[in-house]
Ligand binder design. Sequence first.
Ligand code: SF4
Length: 202
Amino acid sequence: MYLEIYNRSEKTPPSKELQEIFNRGILFEKNVRNSLFQVGVNVKEKVQDFSYFNSFTIYLLGLPEQKVIFEATIIEDLVFVMCDILVQNEDNTNDIYEIKSSTNINDAILADLSVQYAICKKRFQTNLKSFNLVLRKDTADFGFEIINLTEDLDKKIDTVNDKINEFKRVLKDSEPQITMGEHCQKPYECEFKTYCTKNIKN
Ligand code: SF4
């Protein structure tokens, strides 16, 4: 996280194989969107300039009609999250869908969703009706299943808020000196491995 914010140029671009995995994920996400909601406004495609994603989302949410927003962008407590699909219903309640091209829930997915949920809850409060995970089914036809995780994620809010405060303290300090190890590979290979490897003090 520290390097992502202060030293992003040190990231290693994804390998061809990794890029192919990303591309499959993007295709799966597109397929889920088309299957669930044929019509929606895609914030990323409409605005393009990253710095306006949040304000454009606020603008869309303020429009009176029922709406479906793709890549809805929420900033609360200085934390930025993007929701794959956000549906604002006629009664002003919201349903959120996060799409993962994985066939099962793992710790990385749960950690990601916990932060997204806590930030969305801060924004929508009691109007956040459901927070759903869309997982790929291991079939050739791009099948998927929807799991409502609202209750589970709600129990993690306090833990997430503690983490957010801890991360803010880390970001105010100098670069943390962390020994390389298993965490550099799991759940994914870290994009800063080259940077950290060349900075190991012998
Ligand atoms: S390579 Fe390892 S130590 Fe370096 S930033 Fe990534 S996870 Fe942290």
